[in-house]
Design a protein around this ligand. Structure first.
Ligand SMILES: Cc1cc2nc3c(=O)[nH]c(=O)nc-3n(C[C@H](O)[C@H](O)[C@H](O)COP(=O)(O)O)c2cc1C
Length: 211
């Protein structure tokens, strides 16, 4: 059985294409894997707080110096990290905002990237502690960034999740969504095919590994 953590981050609701695509993913997935479990988090409706001074003091204090106040400052972070560690597959819907990610998803990242919980400092750098996970990131973008140096969304997500140990990351970019109806339809059809392909590949891999 697979446990999925599904997160949406668009500031739009009904009109959001990233929400629509992650929803379609979950719908198809549930038809094939009806017993799999899903945790859903909506960062627009239930935003996580920005980290603050007490969060930073608590996160970087040695565990033996923990006080009730320091422990309390990390309670939301602990909850989000426990939720992250409990899942096997992440399905994240993340629009491009101003070449990067929505602020609510950055707030989420700042809560879960935490020394001693999701990464360790080691002699030659960092060691991620979130191991053996897979991630699917469905991005939505008004334009196209295939040949652009302005994509600060996917490279950032790749780097920050690799830091905490998540190296198996698939991106499906639904691009050109603001470039007219034809371009949008073409892009959505390609994204839907890629979603189907992801699910089929997963099924083939897990079937082979159980032989
Ligand atoms: C505040 C804001 C900033 C945006 N910045 C960019 C951008 O830098 N590059 C881009 O290609 N599209 C940009 N867009 C377009 C969105 O990525 C596009 O509309 C996408 O479909 C939004 O995701 P959603 O449909 O899930 O809401 C921006 C949209 C908004 C609302």
């Amino acid at each position: 059985m697979t446990h999925i953590l599904h997160i949406d981050s668009s500031s739009r609701t009904e009109r959001s294409i990233s929400r629509q695509l992650t929803k379609e993913f979950i719908h198809v997935w549930k038809q094939i894997h009806p017993h799999d479990t899903i945790t859903y988090r909506d960062l627009r409706h239930s935003p996580v707080p920005f980290i603050d001074e007490s969060w930073i003091a608590a996160a970087f204090s040695p565990p033996e110096q923990a006080t009730p106040e320091l422990t309390a400052a990390l309670s939301i972070s602990d909850e989000l990290i426990d939720e992250l560690l409990a899942a096997d597959l992440y399905v994240f819907g993340i629009p491009m905002y101003n070449y990067s990610i929505p602020a609510n998803f950055k707030a989420y990242i700042d809560q879960i990237v935490r020394v001693r919980r999701t990464f360790m400092v080691v002699a030659d750098g960092y060691e991620g502690l979130v191991k053996d996970k897979k991630m699917l990131v469905i991005t939505t973008r008004g334009g196209s960034y295939a040949a652009s140096s302005l994509d600060f969304q996917a490279p950032f997500l790749q780097a920050v999740f690799e830091l905490i140990g998540i190296t198996d990351i698939t991106f499906i970019h639904a691009e050109n969504l603001s470039m007219g109806a034809e371009a949008r339809q073409e892009s959505l059809a390609t994204a839907r095919q890629a979603i189907q392909q992801f699910i089929e590949t997963w099924q083939m891999t897990t079937t082979l590994s159980t032989w």
